[in-house]
Design a protein around this ligand. Sequence first.
Ligand SMILES: Nc1ncnc2c1ncn2[C@@H]1O[C@H](COP(=O)(O)OP(=O)(O)O)[C@@H](O)[C@H]1O
Ligand SMILES: CC(=O)N[C@@H](CCC(=O)OP(=O)(O)O)C(=O)O
Length: 276
Amino acid sequence: MTDTKKTAVIKVGGDVLLDKAEREGLAANIKDLTAEGWSVVLLHGGGPQVNALQEKHGLTPNKVAGRRITSEADLVVVKQAIAGEVNVNLTATLIQAGLPAFGCHGASGHLIRASKRPPVIVTGAGDKPIDFGEVGDVTGINAELLQGLLDLGQIPVIATLGVSEGGRIFNINADTTVVQIARALKADLLLLTTGVGAVFRDLKQPESRIAQVSRQQANKLIAEGIIQGGMIPKVEEAMKLLSEGVNSIAIVSGRNPGAFLSVANGTGESGTRIVD
Ligand SMILES: Nc1ncnc2c1ncn2[C@@H]1O[C@H](COP(=O)(O)OP(=O)(O)O)[C@@H](O)[C@H]1O
Ligand SMILES: CC(=O)N[C@@H](CCC(=O)OP(=O)(O)O)C(=O)O
């Protein structure tokens, strides 16, 4: 049975998980949300962990426009690092905090369906199409399976991997995938956790944190060059959800106590909330 609990979908980057205080803070923040009656789904990446394991295997990380060109040998490492190392450790951290975490990966139960990204011309990377190898684009989410886990009171902790109808595994980007999960679940809230923990007018000045912006204001911050670099695709992709029934999206850090509830309730003490 589907109940009326609100659902939060949370993306956790691999960088956040390198740090013990971040991992424990994340668990405490999730605990706060569940105590207030939220259902929670986590999707995690593991970019830095993949880089480190590639180097151990004598492989050189190769990224174009933030996406890893993934050979068959690289995909072996991606599976080991993201589904093996990061998923198991993150699930364990949550269990240690007393949370009902259910670790899994997107290639299980057709949880995240994907197909091979066709060679594409990438801005700033020449005029020849780039073949990203074993990188996939998400084509669908098994929302029924996820909702079933939520209805059982579980917190799905999903390693970002995709699978084709025929069972071929793909490396997929966590930032773009989490948006698809939020959309498929008709989530009430999407949390994008990052080390910086908010959007700032000036990254060097913590007091310049922007607590809440409308979608229109966020687009203005991008146009003005205040939101830059890796923050742009993150925010642009996520903002599409605001016209699709997801009430708010937020940039937040699990390291800050009370941060997740602050953005969930819109009280403004932490993070940046983007609303329609
Ligand atoms: N106005 C801004 N406020 C906060 N961070 C910003 C801003 N503009 C650009 N950034 C950058 O965006 C980065 C977050 O994006 P990215 O590194 O892709 O995320 P992830 O932490 O998921 O890997 C931050 O580390 C920060 O350097
Ligand atoms: C296709 C692609 O870019 N895949 C990513 C998957 C991991 C990820 O997204 O991790 P973070 O959230 O830690 O960046 C990669 O290979 O790094």
